[in-house]
Design a protein around this ligand. Structure first.
Ligand SMILES: [Zn+2]
Length: 265
C-alpha cells in the first residue's frame, strides 16, 4: 500500500504549517490579481522547496512510492480566472515574448495565448522531471505516480497538465486518473483512453469518485467497465467517504476476494 504525500495545496493552505512557512510571496495569483493558497508553479524556489521536502521525507520514512497530487495549475478557464499572473511569471514570460501575459486577448492573440499556455505547461513538466531525477539518482526503488485529469488534451488546456508527455518521457511508473463521475459511459470511454495511451510497463488506474455518493450499482458498473478495459485496476476516492451500502456492495462484489497487499520492495 502506498503512502500519499506531496499534497501541495494542503501544505500551502495551513498557515500554521511549518512546511508553509514563508510562502506569502510564493503564492499564485489570478489574472484578476486575487491570490490563492496555491504555490506559484513557475518559481524555482518553490520547486527547490518541494524537492527538499520530498528528499527529507524519503530519507526518514520507509515508503513504497511518491504520488504527486495537484500537480498542475489550479485553473485556466475562463481566462479571468486563470493562473498564474504573479510578478515573477509575468516577468519570466516577457524574457522570450514582448507581451505581458495579463494583456493577452485569446480572441485576437491566439498564437501568443498558445505560447503562454506552453510556458506554463513547461513549468509543471520541469518540476515532474526534477522529481523523477531526484528519485532516479537518490531513491531508485521509489516509484513515482501522479493524479491527473482523465483526457490529456483537456488536462493541458484547462490545467497545463501534460501527463501524456510525462508518460512518454518515462517520468512516472504509475498514473491515476480522476474520473469522478456517476456516468458509467464516460468511465468506460476514459478507461479505454487510458489503456491506449499507457506505454508498456506503466501501470494506470482509473480513479473513481464514490465520494459523490452515487448508488452502489453505479459504482459496480464503473469498476466493471474499468476492468474490462484491462487497465491496472481502479482507485476509489476515497475510503473515508464510502457509504455503508457502497462498502457492502464492494465486499460482496468486485472485492470479495482477499487482497494481497502489494509491495514494490
Ligand atoms: Zn507565478
Amino acid at each position: 500500500m502506498g503512502v500519499l504525500c506531496g499534497k501541495r495545496k494542503i501544505a500551502a493552505g495551513s498557515r500554521q504549517s511549518r512546511l508553509a512557512g514563508g510562502i506569502e510571496e510564493r503564492r499564485t495569483r489570478f489574472a484578476g490579481g486575487e491570490e490563492l493558497l496555491f504555490f506559484c508553479p513557475s518559481r524555482p524556489d518553490v520547486h527547490r522547496f518541494w524537492l527538499e521536502v520530498y528528499e527529507s521525507f524519503l530519507q526518514r520514512y520507509d515508503v513504497d512510492g511518491l504520488q504527486l497530487d495537484y500537480i498542475r495549475y489550479p485553473v485556466s478557464l475562463p481566462v479571468e480566472k486563470g493562473f498564474c499572473y504573479c510578478d515573477f511569471c509575468r516577468k519570466q514570460f516577457t524574457l522570450n515574448y514582448p507581451v505581458d501575459p495579463l494583456t493577452i486577448d485569446p480572441a485576437s492573440d491566439p498564437e501568443i495565448r498558445k505560447q503562454w499556455n506552453r510556458y506554463r505547461e513547461e513549468q509543471i513538466n520541469a518540476f515532474v522531471r526534477s522529481v523523477h531525477e531526484l528519485l532516479k539518482s537518490r531513491f531508485p526503488e521509489i516509484k513515482l505516480s501522479a493524479d491527473v485529469f482523465p483526457i490529456v488534451e483537456e488536462s493541458r488546456e484547462t490545467k497545463m497538465q501534460n501527463w501524456g508527455y510525462w508518460l512518454k518521457k518515462g517520468f512516472l511508473q504509475e498514473i491515476f486518473t480522476m474520473s469522478y463521475t456517476p456516468d458509467v459511459r464516460t468511465i468506460k470511454e476514459e478507461a479505454i483512453y487510458l489503456k491506449n495511451i499507457l506505454p508498456g510497463g506503466i501501470a494506470g488506474y482509473v480513479g473513481l469518485g464514490p465520494y459523490q455518493g452515487f448508488r452502489p450499482e453505479i459504482l459496480m458498473d464503473e469498476i466493471q467497465s474499468a476492468r474490462q478495459a484491462n487497465t491496472g485496476g481502479v482507485c476509489l476516492f476515497e475510503f473515508g467517504s464510502l457509504t455503508p451500502e457502497q462498502k457492502t456492495a464492494l465486499k460482496l462484489g468486485p472485492f470479495r476476494l482477499k487482497a494481497k497487499v502489494r509491495s514494490w520492495k
